[in-house]
Design a protein around this ligand. Structure first.
Ligand code: NAD
Length: 271
């Protein structure tokens, strides 16, 4: 169980809800899906669900060790692990090559938030890192897979934004800007590529029990800003609950949905 530094983290919201994952066997049969951030948290849960629903996953993460561990747990041939940094063009090219043919779907899940600074306290280094991974990485990988999807006349992209992509909160300036950028990228790409059979949607998580909203190492000043924020989060979802939202949009179940930004946050965004 994750423990916030002075903040409160409801310990077993997900368990208390009695929710159970219901996989749809065969939903991704014959599909190759690229999932970033696949070594942990939401990305790993998404990749795992796609595999259990028959898909072949190109699993991408900067953390080679944790990625290999995930790939080793999957049935033979269903996961191609590519240790890659989504901010580097050479790495992106390796990801596309590793797919070895058509890419039917892309889930841009990789992201960081290790700094909760307001604008005046945001260093250039933090800005470049957070915007680089959370926004430029999504741009570069999506740009790399779109030509193949256009050629095929079909494809589905799901970008993981955030509650902080919908409105301002205490997530830090660079993070909030990066996630608003992801929402803009989603809508623009959906508009431009929808007529060519490609759907581009976003999921905006609220609190998820992966560590991001409850970082273990925060300065006293940082925690003072975080505590009221943490106390507002109505529910803490599991990574598997987010994977349910992401795979819904990614799969043919989302057939009529393009350009949507789906809050998956227990209703936080309407409070
Ligand atoms: P996580 O830290 O468990 O997973 C993020 C993964 O991204 C890690 O495995 C990490 O190694 C990988 N990654 C980081 N930099 C990378 C890079 N340059 N190239 C490739 N991979 C890289 O966190 P999570 O909670 O599962 O977060 C997944 C996504 O969900 C992120 O985009 C995050 O912003 C978003 N999100 C999370 C929450 C939450 O409460 N956890 C809320 C809103 C949005």
């Amino acid at each position: 169980v994750l423990k916030a530094n002075g903040g409160v983290m409801p310990e077993d919201d997900a368990e208390a809800s009695g929710w159970q994952e219901r996989v749809t066997p065969g939903r991704f049969d014959g599909r190759t899906i690229v999932v970033t951030g696949a070594a942990s948290g939401i990305g790993r849960a998404t990749a795992s669900r796609i595999v259990r629903e028959g898909g072949r996953v190109v699993a991408v993460d900067i953390s080679a060790e944790r990625l290999e561990e995930f790939a080793a747990s999957a049935p033979e041939g269903q996961v191609v692990a590519v240790a890659a940094d989504v901010t580097k063009q050479d790495d992106i090219d390796r990801v596309v090559a590793a797919a070895g043919g058509r890419i039917d779907g892309l889930a841009n899940v990789a992201g960081v938030n290790d700094d909760f600074s307001p604008l005046a306290e945001t260093s250039d280094a933090i800005w470049d890192r957070v915007i680089g991974i959370n926004l430029t990485g999504v741009f570069k990988l999506t740009r790399a897979v779109l030509p193949g999807m256009v050629e095929a006349g079909r494809g589905s992209v799901v970008n993981v934004a955030s509650e902080a992509g919908i409105r301002g909160n205490a997530s830090g300036n660079a993070y909030t800007v990066s996630k608003h950028g992801v929402v803009g990228l989603t809508r623009s790409a959906a508009f431009m590529y929808g007529p060519q059979g490609i759907r581009v949607n976003a999921v905006a998580p609220g609190g998820v029990a992966t560590g991001i909203p409850f970082p273990p190492h925060v300065s006293e000043a940082g925690q003072a800003r975080l505590t009221p924020f943490q106390q507002q989060i109505p529910t803490i979802a599991t990574a598997e609950q987010l994977a349910a939202s992401i795979t819904f949009l990614l799969s043919d179940d989302g057939v009529n949905i393009n350009g949507a930004v789906l809050p998956s946050d227990g209703g936080w965004s309407v409070q």
